[in-house]
Design a protein around this ligand. Structure first.
Ligand code: THU
Length: 130
């Protein structure tokens, strides 16, 4: 199964009673294993979590900390870009050249990279003097 199909499949399990906007994300760990996540909302709105965050949690819980590929899908007019927080989360575990596929359920695709999504990223090097 492709990474995008894995994201498409897990999207169906999104818990979105408030926004009704289902998002699915799949990431490939350096081992080749695919991890999936969907958005999980909460009646206390800020407590909701994004699909990308769920996939990253699954990867880390499985013992991996390097990702090599990302796919995100939603039913939107154009491919949904990860939110700012998720860009930083992806950058924590993926190099700048890691490919990111953003897709709609209608079949539109946008190909980008973690580096293009988060130019000028804050990383550990910025804390070199501490
Ligand atoms: N959402 C994601 O899960 N990932 C994104 O990349 C964009 C937004 C979710 C959060 C919330 O549950 C819903 O989409 C509407 O913002």
């Amino acid at each position: 199964m492709s990474l995008l199909d894995a994201a498409r499949e897990v999207r169906e399990r999104a818990y979105v009673p408030y926004s009704k906007f289902k998002v699915g994300a799949a990431i490939r760990g350096a081992s080749g294993t695919v991890y999936r996540g969907c958005n999980v909302e909460n009646v206390a709105y800020p407590e909701g979590t994004c699909a990308e965050a769920g996939a990253i949690s699954a990867m880390v819980a499985a013992g991996e900390t390097v990702l090599t590929e990302v796919a995100v899908i939603a039913d939107s007019p154009s491919p949904v870009p990860p939110c700012g927080g998720c860009r930083q989360k992806l950058a924590e575990f993926g190099a700048g050249d890691v490919p990111v596929l953003l897709a709609t359920t209608d079949g539109a695709e946008m190909h980008t990279t973690i580096g293009d999504l988060l130019p000028g990223r804050f990383d550990a090097g910025h804390m070199a003097r501490t």
